[in-house]
Design a protein around this ligand. Structure first.
Ligand code: HEC
Length: 139
């Protein structure tokens, strides 16, 4: 009987692996439903790079620290696409103003929507799910 222990542990681990894998691939809890247009968002990332927003702002916590992290600016409380565009257009005492074309505005917003759809960057609202995915307040 004693010699069966290793086998039992092995079988338990294999079964656990398959059960958890099945759960992860079939559960709908971990699907992000926020939508964005990928090709436009990709062009928007080039706008983000062209105007060097990263020198003052962070994405996923990385970048310059003069301005706030903009990963989730689109869904942040009290913020909106119109708010972002207005601020980028006019600037303020610390933030420079940018004269973007209509296309550039659209692409930049789409890029910010894509980072927003990809997860959460603010550690204060992190919740790490059973699956290891990081979501906002467990949603
Ligand atoms: C010279 C540094 C600098 C650069 C470059 C810069 N910003 Fe900013 N930005 C700031 C600062 C500082 C603030 C905070 C202003 C405040 O709170 O009054 C800010 C605020 C913002 C906000 C509002 C954030 C919030 O939570 O209210 C947005 C949106 C924004 N910037 C977008 C951009 C974009 C897009 C670019 C690139 C086109 C950019 N910024 C480039 C310094 C910069």
């Amino acid at each position: 009987m004693k010699e069966n222990w290793p086998k039992l542990i092995f079988v338990t681990l294999v079964l656990s692996f398959f059960t958890f894998t099945f759960y992860l691939y079939t559960s709908t809890n971990f699907i992000y439903t926020k939508e964005y247009n990928r090709p436009i968002a990709q062009r928007g990332e080039l706008i983000w790079q062209k105007y060097n927003c990263q020198s003052c702002h962070q994405m996923y916590g990385l970048g310059g620290y003069l301005g706030p992290d903009l990963t989730n600016i689109i869904s942040a409380k009290g913020r909106s696409e119109a708010y972002v565009l207005a601020l980028v257009q006019t600037g303020n005492t610390q933030m420079p103003s940018y004269n973007l074309t209509e296309d550039e505005k659209k692409e930049l917003i789409e890029f910010l929507k894509s980072t927003d759809a990809s997860g959460v960057s603010d550690p204060r609202s992190f919740k790490i799910n059973l699956s290891g995915m990081i979501t906002k307040n467990g949603k």
